[in-house]
Design a protein around this ligand. Structure first.
Ligand code: A3P
Length: 292
């Protein structure tokens, strides 16, 4: 049966799907182990790609790890609650021994504070706003648990006003950016991963205090290419046993490119978006790049 699209309910002002908002206390009280790693993103910034890279780095490029369980099961989504047969992220985490890789879309201020008390490592992945928006638009069409995206033009405004699930993109990328030094967060960019995946994989390796041979890094670059992940049922979400995604509407591994926004924004929409962006982003200078 269908789960249905969950309405958004604000948690401390951030719109979250009702199944998350209704379980908020158990999420906020979650106590990670100090050895656990957090992967945090705004939805569609490159979460799954980063999860796959981290899993392979931790397992020294062992391709079999990719086949053992789907990516979102190997590194569970902290705040996802689903009716059976999908276990909730918290239930999955209880069955796993630390060190665990834990994924979240929560903005910085909603991350359970025990992560920072325990000095857990955290990787934040950011993607330029317009590509992130386009990717989210297609995702909201095929993800049958999130609210309907509605028409494209209206969706741009919802994004700008922070009305989408998980709240404003602007606060999300800024929240982790301003905390990155104090909290020892590795802040990486989707566009950098596209430009030079090896360089970014090595950056993640050093952050995790791992030492992996050049040959294994090359294998990880290959295994985590868009083409290979799109064909890998353990990475492309085709094996998730739930009526959550309708990939006949749009693939989870949709396009995987920088600059796809040009195919969707009109020049007028782009201008309006850019002017608003200047206003919303003026107090911090996060080095996003779109022209590669
Ligand atoms: P597009 O919709 O632009 O194609 P998330 O995992 O955070 O949900 O992000 C999904 C986005 O990352 C999708 O973007 C998807 O195609 C892209 N993606 C996933 N794996 C990728 C890879 N190996 N290389 C490049 N892009 C990837």
């Amino acid at each position: 049966g269908s789960l249905g699209r969950f309405p958004l309910i604000p948690v401390r002002g951030v719109p979250l799907m009702s199944l998350i908002a209704n379980n908020w206390d158990s999420i906020w009280d979650f106590r990670p182990d100090p050895s656990d790693l957090l992967i945090a993103t705004y939805p569609k910034a490159g979460t799954t790609w980063t999860q796959e890279i981290v899993d392979l780095l931790i397992h020294n490029g062992d391709a079999e790890i990719c086949k053992r369980a789907p990516t979102p099961v190997r590194s569970p989504f902290l705040e996802i609650f689903s009716p059976p047969p999908i276990p909730s992220g918290l239930d999955l985490l209880k069955t796993m021994d630390p060190p665990r890789v834990i994924k979240t879309h929560l903005p910085f201020q909603l991350v359970p504070p025990a992560f920072w008390e325990n000095k857990c490592k955290a990787i934040y992945v950011a993607r330029n706003a317009k590509d992130n928006l386009v990717s989210y638009y297609f995702f909201d069409r095929m993800n049958l648990t999130q609210p309907e995206p509605g028409p494209w033009e209206g969706y741009i405004h919802k994004f700008m006003q922070g009305q989408l699930s998980w709240g404003p993109w602007y606060d999300h990328v800024k929240g982790y950016w301003v905390e990155r030094e104090k909290r020892n967060i590795l802040y990486i960019f989707y566009e950098d991963m596209k430009e030079n995946p090896r360089r970014e994989i090595e950056r993640i390796m050093r952050y995790l205090d791992l030492s992996v041979s050049d040959e294994v890094i090359s294998r990880i670059v290959e295994l985590t290419s868009f083409k290979n992940m799109k064909e890998n049922p353990m990475a492309n979400y085709s094996c998730i046993p739930a009526p959550v995604f309708d990939q006949s509407i749009s693939s989870f591994m949709r396009k995987g490119e920088v600059g796809d926004w040009r195919n969707h924004f009109t020049p007028e929409q782009s201008k309006m978006f850019d002017e608003d962006y200047e206003r919303q982003m003026k107090e911090v200078n996060i080095p996003f790049r779109t022209l590669i």
